[in-house]
Design a protein around this ligand. Structure first.
Ligand code: GUN
Ligand code: ZN
Length: 436
């Protein structure tokens, strides 16, 4: 039987990247909008009057007025086994990894622990309006199995990988090149395309992979050219120096990954803060994506991501945004873009609220090459949605009283919003927050 649902509310969906804050052509906005959902997909999007006239009589209807309905938020980089690492006190990235992160991730060898955290992870995603995330699991296949099994239950479109790491970490958190290959292949066979799940080839970063394991990543990438690849790049000055000392034959950090065939349009490089011009050219020419993780970069003191410089180049670097839980300090993409805004302020640049909301939705969908499935309210795409309430707290409601424009409302939600701003989340047309 066809499952049909009609949502009413204000609708906002981007068509392309906004050129500036007055670029009204970059998005669709319906003051009294209707969204018709059939079997989890958007069947029609437009004015309520038009869309309601297409719906069969007696269709189930949910009225979200005066809230704003948008495509669900997309988080392009986070760590599923770091939910209990958030807020760990450390001077910098390498101290934070060695003192807390590499200890905590060892617990994910235990299937029961991984399953418990997976439930909590997907609850937090729904609470914060994030409908797709790109996740690192731990080195253990069990953690990927627990993650994908829970995703399958929730009906979410997730990208994740068993992390490959075979050195510079405790023994209980390392694999071997051979085991990394076999386990990644097994995870792909079991989970890639199972429901809406996708598998990413996931060498953690060059510090924790031997050249032999990087060869394995290269082989996997060549065997599965359709898969995403995720790793970390140029996050912290000490990390860069240590990395380059491990691969003296490489021109620079980016060149290490290039030598193992890991650059390309489906490659996601977490952080990528301190790239040289040569590295930025290599990223641009290969279509690789630099994933900006602002709360993490501030929390760990890693540096100020030069987003505008990357985008303005003759050879622009593709950019996505992400929380980087648990180096990052919030699950909320609203909090994340607030910090991204402040980083650009410190760099003397502007990040306008249209760009921010574009990045959280269509921008990140494009970065993942998934805009035909998620990131807009376009008919034919999956109904992964977020319903936003700009008056979610008394202080927000007071400011919203004087807001007159859509951009003012968006900027308020970015500046003061968090999970309380998310009135509802839909996964493939089904409520996912109100049911928690
Ligand atoms: N580089 C390698 N692993 C990690 C990680 O877990 N978090 C962050 N922020 N950087 C990394
Ligand atoms: Zn990370």
């Amino acid at each position: 039987m066809t499952e049909t649902l009609l949502l009413r509310g204000r609708l906002l969906s981007f068509r392309r990247a906004p050129a500036d804050i007055s670029d009204t052509g970059s998005y669709l906005y319906e003051e009294d909008g209707g969204l018709l959902i059939e079997n989890g997909r958007i069947a029609a999007c437009g004015s309520y009057a038009d869309v309601a006239s297409k719906a069969s009589s007696g269709v189930r209807e949910v009225d979200h007025r005066p809230h704003l309905i948008m495509p669900g938020f997309i988080d392009t980089h986070l760590h599923f086994p770091q939910m209990q690492v958030i807020g760990s006190y450390a001077a910098n990235l390498l101290e934070w990894l060695n003192t807390y992160t590499f200890i905590e991730e060892q617990r994910f060898a235990d299937r029961a622990h991984a399953e418990r955290i997976a439930v909590r992870f997907f609850d937090e995603m729904a609470r914060h309006g994030t409908t797709t995330a790109v996740a690192y699991c731990s080195v253990h296949k069990t953690s990927a199995d627990a993650f994908f099994a829970e995703s399958l239950k929730r009906g979410t479109a997730m990208i994740a990988g068993k992390t490959m790491m075979d050195r510079n970490a405790p023994d209980a958190l390392t694999d071997t090149p051979h085991c990394a290959y076999d386990d990644t292949r097994a995870v792909i066979a079991e989970w890639h395309g199972n429901g809406r799940n996708r598998v990413a080839i996931t060498p953690r970063f060059a510090i924790t992979s031997t050249p032999e394991e990087m060869e394995v990543a290269k082989t996997l990438a060549a065997e599965h050219p359709d898969l995403h690849i995720q790793t970390h790049l140029s996050e912290n000055k000490d990390e860069i120096a240590f990395t380059c000392s491990l691969y003296p034959e490489a021109k620079d950090y980016t060149d290490i990954y290039a030598r193992y065939g890991l650059l390309g349009p489906k490659s996601l490089f977490g952080h990528a803060i301190h790239l040289s011009d040569r590295e930025a050219d290599a990223m641009s020419e290969s279509g690789s994506v630099a994933v900006h993780c602002p709360t993490s970069n501030l929390f760990l003191g890693s540096g100020l991501f030069p987003m505008k410089t990357y985008q303005r180049r003759d050879k622009p670097v593709r950019v996505a945004v992400a929380t980087d839980i648990g180096g990052g300090s919030s699950y909320s993409m609203l909090r994340t873009l607030d910090e991204a805004y402040k980083i650009q302020q410190l760099l003397g640049e502007r990040l306008n609220p249209l760009e921010s909301f574009y990045l959280m939705t269509l921008g990140n969908a494009e970065a993942l090459s998934m805009a035909d499935e998620i990131g807009t309210l376009d008919p034919g795409t999956i109904a992964d949605l977020v319903v936003l309430d700009a008056s979610a707290t008394p202080a927000m409601a007071l400011k919203q009283e004087v807001n007159r424009t859509l951009t003012e409302e968006l900027f308020l939600m970015q500046t003061m919003g968090d999970d309380r701003t998310i009135a509802e989340t839909y996964i493939a047309g089904r409520p996912a927050k109100s049911v928690l």
